[in-house]
Design a protein around this ligand. Structure first.
Ligand code: ATP
Ligand code: MG
Ligand code: ZN
Ligand code: MG
Length: 449
Protein backbone atom coordinates (compact mmCIF):
# COMPACT_ATOMS: atom_id res chain seq x y z
CA UNK A 1 0.00 0.00 0.00
CA UNK A 2 1.23 3.45 -0.78
CA UNK A 3 0.97 6.37 1.58
CA UNK A 4 -0.23 9.34 -0.43
CA UNK A 5 1.38 12.71 0.00
CA UNK A 6 -0.08 14.46 3.02
CA UNK A 7 -0.38 17.70 1.13
CA UNK A 8 -2.96 16.22 -1.25
CA UNK A 9 -5.15 19.02 -2.50
CA UNK A 10 -8.83 18.38 -3.15
CA UNK A 11 -9.01 21.30 -5.58
CA UNK A 12 -6.90 19.28 -8.02
CA UNK A 13 -9.48 16.47 -8.10
CA UNK A 14 -12.98 16.53 -9.50
CA UNK A 15 -16.01 14.32 -9.74
CA UNK A 16 -15.71 11.83 -12.59
CA UNK A 17 -18.49 9.28 -12.19
CA UNK A 18 -19.93 6.59 -10.00
CA UNK A 19 -21.58 3.21 -9.99
CA UNK A 20 -23.54 1.34 -7.41
CA UNK A 21 -20.52 0.54 -5.28
CA UNK A 22 -17.93 3.21 -5.82
CA UNK A 23 -17.38 6.87 -6.60
CA UNK A 24 -14.57 8.00 -8.88
CA UNK A 25 -12.69 11.31 -8.90
CA UNK A 26 -10.17 12.35 -11.55
CA UNK A 27 -7.04 14.45 -11.29
CA UNK A 28 -6.96 17.64 -13.34
CA UNK A 29 -3.51 17.10 -14.84
CA UNK A 30 -2.23 13.60 -14.17
CA UNK A 31 -3.98 10.74 -15.92
CA UNK A 32 -5.14 9.24 -12.62
CA UNK A 33 -8.41 8.47 -10.89
CA UNK A 34 -9.21 7.57 -7.29
CA UNK A 35 -11.98 5.05 -6.74
CA UNK A 36 -13.58 5.23 -3.29
CA UNK A 37 -16.16 2.87 -1.86
CA UNK A 38 -19.72 3.94 -1.17
CA UNK A 39 -22.22 2.51 1.22
CA UNK A 40 -25.89 2.94 1.94
CA UNK A 41 -26.55 5.31 4.81
CA UNK A 42 -29.51 3.14 5.84
CA UNK A 43 -28.01 -0.29 5.37
CA UNK A 44 -25.95 -0.84 8.51
CA UNK A 45 -24.93 -4.30 7.30
CA UNK A 46 -22.92 -2.85 4.42
CA UNK A 47 -21.45 0.06 6.35
CA UNK A 48 -17.69 -0.17 6.67
CA UNK A 49 -16.81 -2.01 9.89
CA UNK A 50 -13.52 -0.31 10.52
CA UNK A 51 -10.67 1.05 8.38
CA UNK A 52 -8.77 -2.27 8.42
CA UNK A 53 -11.85 -4.05 7.06
CA UNK A 54 -12.14 -1.52 4.22
CA UNK A 55 -8.44 -1.84 3.37
CA UNK A 56 -8.79 -5.62 3.33
CA UNK A 57 -11.73 -5.29 0.94
CA UNK A 58 -9.66 -3.02 -1.34
CA UNK A 59 -6.74 -5.47 -1.30
CA UNK A 60 -9.19 -8.22 -2.25
CA UNK A 61 -10.40 -6.16 -5.21
CA UNK A 62 -6.82 -5.73 -6.49
CA UNK A 63 -5.95 -9.42 -5.94
CA UNK A 64 -9.13 -10.56 -7.67
CA UNK A 65 -8.42 -8.33 -10.65
CA UNK A 66 -4.73 -9.37 -10.84
CA UNK A 67 -4.98 -13.10 -10.15
CA UNK A 68 -8.44 -14.08 -11.36
CA UNK A 69 -10.02 -11.67 -13.85
CA UNK A 70 -6.73 -10.67 -15.52
CA UNK A 71 -5.75 -14.23 -16.46
CA UNK A 72 -9.35 -15.08 -17.49
CA UNK A 73 -10.00 -11.96 -19.59
CA UNK A 74 -6.47 -11.33 -20.82
CA UNK A 75 -3.99 -9.16 -18.91
CA UNK A 76 -3.71 -6.67 -21.74
CA UNK A 77 -7.29 -5.53 -21.10
CA UNK A 78 -7.04 -5.26 -17.30
CA UNK A 79 -5.56 -2.47 -15.12
CA UNK A 80 -5.78 -3.47 -11.48
CA UNK A 81 -4.41 -0.30 -9.89
CA UNK A 82 -3.15 -0.09 -6.34
CA UNK A 83 -4.55 0.59 -2.90
CA UNK A 84 -3.62 3.97 -1.45
CA UNK A 85 -4.13 5.54 1.97
CA UNK A 86 -5.50 9.07 1.73
CA UNK A 87 -5.43 11.74 4.44
CA UNK A 88 -8.89 11.82 6.05
CA UNK A 89 -9.14 15.59 5.85
CA UNK A 90 -8.61 15.37 2.08
CA UNK A 91 -11.34 12.72 1.74
CA UNK A 92 -13.81 14.82 3.77
CA UNK A 93 -13.18 17.94 1.69
CA UNK A 94 -13.48 15.86 -1.45
CA UNK A 95 -16.83 14.40 -0.42
CA UNK A 96 -18.22 17.91 0.18
CA UNK A 97 -16.81 19.12 -3.13
CA UNK A 98 -18.32 16.33 -5.27
CA UNK A 99 -21.69 16.08 -3.53
CA UNK A 100 -23.52 18.61 -5.73
CA UNK A 101 -22.23 16.99 -8.93
CA UNK A 102 -23.61 13.57 -8.11
CA UNK A 103 -26.79 12.47 -9.93
CA UNK A 104 -29.76 12.54 -7.54
CA UNK A 105 -30.67 8.91 -8.19
CA UNK A 106 -27.25 7.80 -6.93
CA UNK A 107 -27.48 9.72 -3.65
CA UNK A 108 -29.04 6.91 -1.64
CA UNK A 109 -25.43 6.01 -0.93
CA UNK A 110 -22.66 8.04 0.62
CA UNK A 111 -18.95 8.03 0.01
CA UNK A 112 -16.73 6.34 2.60
CA UNK A 113 -14.97 9.14 4.46
CA UNK A 114 -13.81 7.12 7.46
CA UNK A 115 -11.14 4.75 6.18
CA UNK A 116 -9.04 6.85 3.80
CA UNK A 117 -8.82 3.78 1.57
CA UNK A 118 -8.95 4.26 -2.20
CA UNK A 119 -7.92 2.54 -5.36
CA UNK A 120 -5.60 4.52 -7.59
CA UNK A 121 -6.03 3.68 -11.29
CA UNK A 122 -4.95 5.09 -14.63
CA UNK A 123 -7.62 7.41 -15.98
CA UNK A 124 -8.81 5.42 -18.99
CA UNK A 125 -10.81 8.37 -20.30
CA UNK A 126 -7.79 10.71 -20.43
CA UNK A 127 -4.80 8.63 -21.49
CA UNK A 128 -1.38 10.36 -21.31
CA UNK A 129 1.02 10.97 -24.22
CA UNK A 130 -1.80 11.45 -26.67
CA UNK A 131 -1.43 15.22 -26.71
CA UNK A 132 -2.83 15.94 -30.14
CA UNK A 133 -4.93 19.00 -30.87
CA UNK A 134 -8.06 16.87 -30.71
CA UNK A 135 -8.35 14.95 -27.41
CA UNK A 136 -9.08 11.20 -27.49
CA UNK A 137 -12.65 10.01 -27.48
CA UNK A 138 -13.48 7.25 -24.98
CA UNK A 139 -16.56 5.10 -25.17
CA UNK A 140 -17.68 3.11 -22.15
CA UNK A 141 -20.05 0.20 -22.68
CA UNK A 142 -21.52 -1.90 -19.90
CA UNK A 143 -22.65 -4.80 -22.08
CA UNK A 144 -24.35 -7.05 -19.44
CA UNK A 145 -25.10 -10.76 -20.03
CA UNK A 146 -24.67 -11.92 -23.62
CA UNK A 147 -26.16 -15.42 -23.65
CA UNK A 148 -29.35 -17.32 -22.84
CA UNK A 149 -29.28 -20.04 -20.16
CA UNK A 150 -29.58 -23.69 -21.05
CA UNK A 151 -33.15 -25.11 -20.89
CA UNK A 152 -31.85 -27.92 -18.69
CA UNK A 153 -31.49 -25.70 -15.65
CA UNK A 154 -34.35 -23.25 -15.80
CA UNK A 155 -37.92 -23.68 -14.58
CA UNK A 156 -39.47 -21.05 -16.86
CA UNK A 157 -39.26 -21.50 -20.61
CA UNK A 158 -39.24 -17.73 -21.15
CA UNK A 159 -35.69 -17.57 -19.77
CA UNK A 160 -34.44 -19.50 -22.80
CA UNK A 161 -36.16 -17.10 -25.21
CA UNK A 162 -35.93 -13.59 -23.79
CA UNK A 163 -32.60 -12.48 -22.39
CA UNK A 164 -32.11 -11.34 -18.83
CA UNK A 165 -31.34 -7.74 -19.78
CA UNK A 166 -34.56 -7.34 -21.77
CA UNK A 167 -36.66 -8.86 -18.96
CA UNK A 168 -34.88 -6.65 -16.43
CA UNK A 169 -35.58 -3.56 -18.56
CA UNK A 170 -39.24 -4.37 -18.42
CA UNK A 171 -39.01 -4.74 -14.63
CA UNK A 172 -37.08 -1.50 -14.15
CA UNK A 173 -39.51 0.55 -16.22
CA UNK A 174 -42.49 -1.05 -14.45
CA UNK A 175 -40.93 -0.15 -11.10
CA UNK A 176 -40.03 3.41 -12.07
CA UNK A 177 -36.24 3.00 -12.05
CA UNK A 178 -36.11 4.29 -15.64
CA UNK A 179 -38.71 6.37 -17.45
CA UNK A 180 -38.10 4.91 -20.88
CA UNK A 181 -37.28 1.43 -22.03
CA UNK A 182 -33.94 0.83 -23.70
CA UNK A 183 -34.10 -1.12 -26.97
CA UNK A 184 -30.56 -2.37 -26.49
CA UNK A 185 -30.21 -6.16 -26.37
CA UNK A 186 -26.87 -7.68 -25.27
CA UNK A 187 -27.41 -10.76 -27.43
CA UNK A 188 -27.16 -8.52 -30.49
CA UNK A 189 -23.96 -6.89 -29.24
CA UNK A 190 -22.36 -10.27 -28.48
CA UNK A 191 -23.61 -11.84 -31.72
CA UNK A 192 -20.50 -11.13 -33.78
CA UNK A 193 -22.88 -10.15 -36.58
CA UNK A 194 -21.90 -6.61 -37.57
CA UNK A 195 -25.42 -5.62 -38.51
CA UNK A 196 -26.89 -6.75 -35.20
CA UNK A 197 -24.01 -5.11 -33.32
CA UNK A 198 -24.67 -1.90 -35.19
CA UNK A 199 -28.27 -1.85 -34.00
CA UNK A 200 -27.27 -2.70 -30.45
CA UNK A 201 -24.90 0.27 -30.29
CA UNK A 202 -27.40 2.57 -31.96
CA UNK A 203 -29.92 1.69 -29.24
CA UNK A 204 -27.30 2.31 -26.56
CA UNK A 205 -26.65 5.78 -27.99
CA UNK A 206 -30.37 6.56 -28.08
CA UNK A 207 -31.13 5.43 -24.53
CA UNK A 208 -27.83 5.10 -22.66
CA UNK A 209 -29.16 4.61 -19.11
CA UNK A 210 -26.10 3.38 -17.22
CA UNK A 211 -24.82 1.17 -20.04
CA UNK A 212 -23.21 3.73 -22.33
CA UNK A 213 -21.09 6.85 -21.94
CA UNK A 214 -18.88 8.92 -24.22
CA UNK A 215 -15.98 10.93 -22.82
CA UNK A 216 -14.12 13.61 -24.71
CA UNK A 217 -10.84 14.67 -23.18
CA UNK A 218 -11.90 13.04 -19.90
CA UNK A 219 -15.30 14.78 -19.71
CA UNK A 220 -18.54 12.86 -20.08
CA UNK A 221 -20.38 14.30 -23.11
CA UNK A 222 -23.07 11.66 -23.57
CA UNK A 223 -24.93 9.35 -21.20
CA UNK A 224 -24.95 9.57 -17.41
CA UNK A 225 -27.71 12.13 -17.20
CA UNK A 226 -31.40 12.13 -16.65
CA UNK A 227 -32.70 14.11 -19.61
CA UNK A 228 -32.95 12.57 -23.09
CA UNK A 229 -29.66 13.13 -24.89
CA UNK A 230 -30.01 14.84 -28.24
CA UNK A 231 -28.47 12.97 -31.15
CA UNK A 232 -27.90 16.22 -32.94
CA UNK A 233 -25.74 17.69 -30.20
CA UNK A 234 -23.79 14.43 -30.05
CA UNK A 235 -23.13 14.54 -33.77
CA UNK A 236 -21.77 18.08 -33.42
CA UNK A 237 -19.34 16.90 -30.77
CA UNK A 238 -18.21 13.94 -32.87
CA UNK A 239 -17.68 16.04 -35.97
CA UNK A 240 -13.95 16.81 -35.43
CA UNK A 241 -13.25 13.08 -35.38
CA UNK A 242 -15.05 12.17 -38.58
CA UNK A 243 -14.64 14.84 -41.17
CA UNK A 244 -14.28 12.52 -44.14
CA UNK A 245 -16.99 11.85 -46.63
CA UNK A 246 -19.93 14.18 -47.03
CA UNK A 247 -20.17 14.76 -43.29
CA UNK A 248 -23.92 14.35 -43.17
CA UNK A 249 -25.20 13.57 -39.71
CA UNK A 250 -26.29 10.03 -40.39
CA UNK A 251 -23.05 9.18 -42.21
CA UNK A 252 -21.08 10.50 -39.29
CA UNK A 253 -23.01 8.48 -36.74
CA UNK A 254 -22.69 5.48 -39.00
CA UNK A 255 -18.88 5.86 -39.18
CA UNK A 256 -18.70 6.26 -35.41
CA UNK A 257 -20.66 3.07 -34.74
CA UNK A 258 -18.66 1.20 -37.39
CA UNK A 259 -15.35 2.08 -35.70
CA UNK A 260 -16.78 0.90 -32.37
CA UNK A 261 -17.98 -2.40 -33.83
CA UNK A 262 -14.53 -3.00 -35.33
CA UNK A 263 -12.77 -2.28 -32.00
CA UNK A 264 -15.08 -4.67 -30.17
CA UNK A 265 -14.36 -7.43 -32.70
CA UNK A 266 -10.66 -6.85 -33.23
CA UNK A 267 -8.34 -9.64 -32.26
CA UNK A 268 -4.56 -10.14 -32.43
CA UNK A 269 -4.84 -13.84 -32.97
CA UNK A 270 -4.67 -15.44 -36.37
CA UNK A 271 -7.59 -17.61 -37.40
CA UNK A 272 -10.23 -15.78 -35.36
CA UNK A 273 -11.83 -18.91 -33.97
CA UNK A 274 -15.31 -18.22 -32.60
CA UNK A 275 -16.52 -18.59 -29.01
CA UNK A 276 -17.80 -22.09 -28.50
CA UNK A 277 -21.55 -22.24 -27.90
CA UNK A 278 -23.80 -25.03 -26.75
CA UNK A 279 -25.26 -26.87 -29.70
CA UNK A 280 -28.87 -26.14 -28.83
CA UNK A 281 -28.21 -22.57 -27.69
CA UNK A 282 -30.45 -19.87 -29.08
CA UNK A 283 -28.47 -16.79 -29.95
CA UNK A 284 -31.32 -14.41 -30.67
CA UNK A 285 -33.52 -12.80 -28.03
CA UNK A 286 -37.24 -12.70 -28.79
CA UNK A 287 -37.59 -9.26 -27.24
CA UNK A 288 -34.97 -7.73 -29.53
CA UNK A 289 -36.20 -5.77 -32.53
CA UNK A 290 -33.47 -7.53 -34.50
CA UNK A 291 -35.06 -10.88 -33.92
CA UNK A 292 -37.57 -10.38 -36.70
CA UNK A 293 -35.55 -8.38 -39.17
CA UNK A 294 -32.08 -9.79 -38.98
CA UNK A 295 -32.53 -13.38 -38.01
CA UNK A 296 -32.03 -14.39 -41.62
CA UNK A 297 -28.68 -12.66 -41.97
CA UNK A 298 -27.13 -15.73 -40.39
CA UNK A 299 -24.76 -15.96 -37.50
CA UNK A 300 -21.11 -15.07 -37.50
CA UNK A 301 -18.84 -16.40 -34.78
CA UNK A 302 -17.66 -13.93 -32.14
CA UNK A 303 -13.84 -13.98 -32.29
CA UNK A 304 -12.56 -15.67 -29.12
CA UNK A 305 -9.81 -13.16 -28.52
CA UNK A 306 -11.81 -10.02 -29.12
CA UNK A 307 -12.77 -8.11 -25.99
CA UNK A 308 -16.39 -9.27 -26.32
CA UNK A 309 -15.30 -12.86 -26.93
CA UNK A 310 -13.18 -12.85 -23.78
CA UNK A 311 -15.95 -11.35 -21.67
CA UNK A 312 -18.54 -13.79 -23.03
CA UNK A 313 -16.34 -16.80 -22.26
CA UNK A 314 -16.06 -15.70 -18.63
CA UNK A 315 -19.81 -15.05 -18.44
CA UNK A 316 -20.38 -18.60 -19.69
CA UNK A 317 -18.78 -19.91 -16.47
CA UNK A 318 -22.36 -19.46 -15.24
CA UNK A 319 -23.29 -22.82 -16.76
CA UNK A 320 -26.08 -23.79 -14.36
CA UNK A 321 -28.03 -20.53 -14.19
CA UNK A 322 -28.94 -19.12 -10.77
CA UNK A 323 -31.58 -21.86 -10.47
CA UNK A 324 -28.98 -24.59 -10.83
CA UNK A 325 -26.41 -22.88 -8.65
CA UNK A 326 -28.70 -21.94 -5.79
CA UNK A 327 -28.95 -25.48 -4.30
CA UNK A 328 -25.13 -25.63 -4.37
CA UNK A 329 -24.97 -22.26 -2.62
CA UNK A 330 -27.25 -23.70 0.07
CA UNK A 331 -24.94 -26.71 0.39
CA UNK A 332 -22.04 -24.34 0.99
CA UNK A 333 -23.98 -22.21 3.48
CA UNK A 334 -25.06 -25.28 5.44
CA UNK A 335 -21.54 -26.63 5.52
CA UNK A 336 -20.21 -23.28 6.77
CA UNK A 337 -22.94 -23.15 9.37
CA UNK A 338 -21.69 -26.44 10.82
CA UNK A 339 -17.99 -25.84 10.17
CA UNK A 340 -17.40 -22.07 10.22
CA UNK A 341 -13.64 -22.60 10.43
CA UNK A 342 -13.75 -24.10 6.90
CA UNK A 343 -14.41 -20.67 5.34
CA UNK A 344 -10.71 -19.94 5.08
CA UNK A 345 -9.60 -23.30 3.66
CA UNK A 346 -12.37 -23.20 1.06
CA UNK A 347 -11.40 -19.58 0.17
CA UNK A 348 -15.04 -18.50 0.18
CA UNK A 349 -14.16 -14.80 0.52
CA UNK A 350 -10.60 -15.08 -0.79
CA UNK A 351 -7.71 -14.82 -0.68
CA UNK A 352 -7.97 -14.45 -4.45
CA UNK A 353 -4.67 -16.04 -5.36
CA UNK A 354 -3.41 -18.55 -7.96
CA UNK A 355 -4.84 -21.46 -5.94
CA UNK A 356 -8.28 -19.84 -6.05
CA UNK A 357 -8.19 -19.62 -9.86
CA UNK A 358 -6.93 -23.20 -10.14
CA UNK A 359 -9.76 -24.62 -8.01
CA UNK A 360 -12.27 -22.71 -10.09
CA UNK A 361 -10.81 -23.95 -13.37
CA UNK A 362 -10.33 -27.56 -12.30
CA UNK A 363 -13.90 -27.97 -11.07
CA UNK A 364 -15.23 -31.37 -12.25
CA UNK A 365 -18.05 -31.34 -14.80
CA UNK A 366 -20.32 -33.60 -12.71
CA UNK A 367 -21.52 -33.08 -9.15
CA UNK A 368 -19.73 -35.61 -6.94
CA UNK A 369 -21.65 -34.41 -3.90
CA UNK A 370 -18.58 -32.81 -2.37
CA UNK A 371 -18.36 -29.43 -0.69
CA UNK A 372 -15.43 -28.58 -2.98
CA UNK A 373 -17.60 -29.05 -6.06
CA UNK A 374 -20.32 -26.82 -4.61
CA UNK A 375 -17.82 -24.10 -3.65
CA UNK A 376 -16.17 -24.17 -7.08
CA UNK A 377 -19.50 -23.92 -8.92
CA UNK A 378 -20.60 -21.00 -6.73
CA UNK A 379 -17.26 -19.29 -7.36
CA UNK A 380 -17.64 -19.82 -11.10
CA UNK A 381 -21.04 -18.20 -10.84
CA UNK A 382 -19.65 -15.25 -8.89
CA UNK A 383 -16.83 -14.74 -11.40
CA UNK A 384 -19.40 -14.85 -14.23
CA UNK A 385 -21.43 -12.19 -12.36
CA UNK A 386 -18.38 -9.92 -12.36
CA UNK A 387 -18.06 -10.42 -16.13
CA UNK A 388 -21.76 -9.56 -16.54
CA UNK A 389 -21.27 -6.29 -14.66
CA UNK A 390 -17.98 -5.01 -16.06
CA UNK A 391 -17.49 -2.15 -18.51
CA UNK A 392 -15.49 -1.92 -21.72
CA UNK A 393 -13.58 1.29 -22.46
CA UNK A 394 -12.65 1.93 -26.09
CA UNK A 395 -10.25 4.80 -26.79
CA UNK A 396 -10.40 6.45 -30.21
CA UNK A 397 -7.81 8.91 -31.48
CA UNK A 398 -8.18 11.12 -34.54
CA UNK A 399 -5.98 10.30 -37.54
CA UNK A 400 -5.56 12.24 -40.71
CA UNK A 401 -6.74 10.18 -43.66
CA UNK A 402 -4.01 10.52 -46.32
CA UNK A 403 -6.38 9.85 -49.18
CA UNK A 404 -9.15 12.36 -48.65
CA UNK A 405 -7.44 14.65 -46.13
CA UNK A 406 -10.29 14.32 -43.60
CA UNK A 407 -10.08 13.03 -40.04
CA UNK A 408 -11.14 9.57 -39.07
CA UNK A 409 -11.08 8.28 -35.51
CA UNK A 410 -9.27 4.99 -35.07
CA UNK A 411 -9.19 2.69 -32.10
CA UNK A 412 -6.03 2.96 -30.02
CA UNK A 413 -6.83 0.79 -27.02
CA UNK A 414 -9.50 -1.35 -25.42
CA UNK A 415 -9.70 -1.98 -21.65
CA UNK A 416 -12.06 -3.68 -19.23
CA UNK A 417 -12.92 -2.01 -15.94
CA UNK A 418 -15.01 -2.63 -12.83
CA UNK A 419 -13.83 -6.15 -12.02
CA UNK A 420 -14.72 -6.39 -8.33
CA UNK A 421 -15.42 -9.77 -6.72
CA UNK A 422 -19.12 -10.28 -6.03
CA UNK A 423 -19.96 -11.23 -2.42
CA UNK A 424 -21.05 -14.74 -1.51
CA UNK A 425 -24.49 -13.60 -0.29
CA UNK A 426 -24.98 -11.89 -3.67
CA UNK A 427 -26.05 -15.35 -4.86
CA UNK A 428 -29.07 -15.28 -2.55
CA UNK A 429 -29.96 -11.75 -3.72
CA UNK A 430 -29.69 -12.87 -7.36
CA UNK A 431 -31.98 -15.81 -6.71
CA UNK A 432 -34.70 -13.51 -5.30
CA UNK A 433 -34.25 -10.92 -8.04
CA UNK A 434 -34.37 -13.56 -10.77
CA UNK A 435 -37.70 -14.75 -9.45
CA UNK A 436 -39.13 -11.21 -9.29
CA UNK A 437 -37.86 -10.20 -12.75
CA UNK A 438 -39.14 -13.34 -14.48
CA UNK A 439 -42.55 -13.28 -12.75
CA UNK A 440 -43.03 -9.63 -13.56
CA UNK A 441 -42.18 -10.27 -17.21
CA UNK A 442 -44.52 -13.24 -17.46
CA UNK A 443 -47.31 -11.24 -15.81
CA UNK A 444 -47.11 -8.05 -17.94
CA UNK A 445 -45.15 -8.55 -21.10
CA UNK A 446 -47.19 -8.50 -24.30
CA UNK A 447 -47.26 -11.21 -26.89
CA UNK A 448 -48.18 -14.89 -26.92
CA UNK A 449 -46.27 -17.21 -24.63
P1 ATP B 1 -21.24 -0.74 -10.95
O1 ATP B 1 -22.47 -0.15 -10.38
O2 ATP B 1 -21.29 -0.86 -12.45
O3 ATP B 1 -20.78 -2.00 -10.29
P2 ATP B 1 -19.01 0.50 -9.60
O4 ATP B 1 -19.68 1.18 -8.46
O5 ATP B 1 -18.35 -0.78 -9.34
O6 ATP B 1 -20.06 0.34 -10.79
P3 ATP B 1 -17.08 1.55 -11.50
O7 ATP B 1 -17.86 1.03 -12.64
O8 ATP B 1 -15.76 0.93 -11.25
O9 ATP B 1 -17.97 1.57 -10.18
O10 ATP B 1 -16.82 3.11 -11.68
C1 ATP B 1 -17.88 4.02 -11.92
C2 ATP B 1 -17.60 4.81 -13.18
O11 ATP B 1 -16.39 5.55 -13.03
C3 ATP B 1 -17.38 3.94 -14.40
O12 ATP B 1 -18.60 3.60 -15.01
C4 ATP B 1 -16.49 4.84 -15.28
O13 ATP B 1 -17.28 5.76 -16.01
C5 ATP B 1 -15.67 5.58 -14.24
N1 ATP B 1 -14.37 4.93 -14.06
C6 ATP B 1 -14.08 3.88 -13.25
N2 ATP B 1 -12.79 3.52 -13.33
C7 ATP B 1 -12.23 4.36 -14.23
C8 ATP B 1 -10.90 4.52 -14.77
N3 ATP B 1 -9.89 3.74 -14.41
N4 ATP B 1 -10.71 5.50 -15.67
C9 ATP B 1 -11.71 6.30 -16.06
N5 ATP B 1 -12.96 6.21 -15.60
C10 ATP B 1 -13.23 5.26 -14.69
MG1 MG C 1 -19.45 -0.15 -13.15
ZN1 ZN D 1 -32.59 -9.32 -25.13
MG1 MG E 1 -18.89 -2.71 -9.97
Amino acid sequence: MEEEDHRMDETEWSYHGEGNKSLVVAHGQMSRVLRLLKYSSEDAENAPQNPEETFRQMDNIVDFSNNVMGPLLGDKFVHSGEVVKLPLEFVRQLSIKVQHQRPAWRCDKVMDIYSGAALCLPNLTAPPCLQTHTPPLCIEIKPKCGFLPSPEHVSKDIKTKVCRYCMHQHYKVANGKWKRKSLYCPLDLFSGNKQRMYFAIKHLIEEPQNNFKIFKGGQCIHGDREELPSLNSLVQKLRPYFTCGTGRNMTLLHDFIQVLVDSLLSSDEEGNEGVERRREERTVCEASLCSKELIRTGSQPLPRDSVLGRILQVQLLDSLDIEGVFPLYRRVEQHLHHFPQERGRLQVDGPYDKAFLEKLQKCPAEDDGSIEYAVAKVQQYRVAMTAKDCSIMVTLVPRRDEEDGGDRAVSSSVSILDLDPKPQDGVRRQQRLDHRVVSSYLRDAPGPR
